[in-house]
Design a protein around this ligand. Structure first.
Ligand code: ZN
Length: 303
């Protein structure tokens, strides 16, 4: 029997004996990516328990549910995930749950599809890395607040206030990073990374974005991709490119070697947090800290 089949049978078994429960009267929230975990903590505060399935450095494209995760999902009052097939290996688990009374909520599905960047890499037909558009992340915040208020009406005013405070922080973040990016001349705004996570970032801040591995890390970069991108870097005189905390370094290192062998020096400008935040408890372990870190790293390396 395949591992997936075992897990799916496990879910059905657990659901059939599960009663609705709350621990210490608090809502149990389960989230997938670290960005969503951080957001749920900001909106829920100490009124909720948030358990994130994925930690720092974890690649959501490749992440598979463990049996421990399934237990957390079954015990959850609310499940928030990104959707648009970001969590490609969890879709089957979530679809199975939709037929139960607990529907996992795909936050990115709330966004107006006409504004999304299309992609043929994903079954969703859209680029799922939407958190790099701060306006979209604000929509995530509003949705989470709304769902918490519905499930826990006695604390609705608190969730609404947390939402208001967090949205204000996101507005300040937006202003701050626009000021920093304004210092980088337009012709230097070329962002070469391990995989294509930064298209929404590029669209908003005027960067040409090139990812070595395409939109999902599920497909490896081939020799041809490396040679093509090396030629691009030399032609456009790109000063630096970036590794990502959730993608192995070796592909970018191979690209650097290919460029350097042709006599153009390209630096590795630092590590960006793309599909996962930094370690919990650090500044980069928050969405806001991650965004500032990325922007500072990019600007310092390219200017
Ligand atoms: Zn990605």
């Amino acid at each position: 029997m395949k591992k997936n089949t075992i897990i799916l049978s496990f879910i059905i078994l657990l659901f059939s004996c599960k009663n609705n429960s709350e621990s210490n009267g608090k809502l149990n929230i389960v989230t997938t990516t670290t960005m969503i975990t951080d957001l749920a903590n900001n909106i829920g505060g100490n009124l909720v328990n948030v358990q994130g399935l994925m930690g720092s450095g974890v690649d959501p494209h490749l992440y598979k549910a463990s049996e421990g995760d399934v237990t957390k999902l079954v015990n959850a009052d609310i499940i928030f995930y990104n959707g648009l097939h970001l969590e490609g290996k969890l879709i089957e688990v979530f679809e199975k749950m939709e037929s139960s009374n607990k529907t996992p909520i795909a936050l990115a599905e709330e966004i107006d599809k006409n504004t999304l960047i299309g992609s043929e890499y994903f079954a969703s037909n859209y680029d799922p890395h939407v958190w790099f558009n701060i306006e979209y992340f604000k929509q995530f915040a509003i949705k989470i607040s709304k769902v918490l208020a519905e499930k826990d009406p006695k604390n609705a005013a608190n969730y609404k206030e947390n939402e208001r405070l967090y949205l204000a922080k996101l507005d300040s973040l937006q202003e701050k990073i626009e000021t920093i990016i304004d210092t980088l001349p337009k012709e230097k705004r070329i962002l070469v990374t391990a995989h294509d996570a930064f298209n929404y970032f590029g669209k908003n801040y005027g960067f040409e974005v090139v990812g070595l591995q395409g939109l999902s890390t599920a497909t490896e970069a081939g020799v041809q991709d490396v040679q093509k991108l090396a030629a691009f870097i030399i032609q456009r005189k790109v000063k630096a490119m970036f590794v990502e905390s959730s993608v192995p370094k070796r592909t970018i290192e191979a690209l650097q070697a290919a460029v350097n062998s042709k006599g153009h020096n390209v630096a590795i400008g630092g590590t960006l947090y793309s599909d996962a935040l930094g370690d919990a408890g650090t500044v980069e372990g928050t969405y806001i800290g991650m965004f500032e870190h990325n922007v500072n790293t990019i600007i310092n390396a390219l200017k």
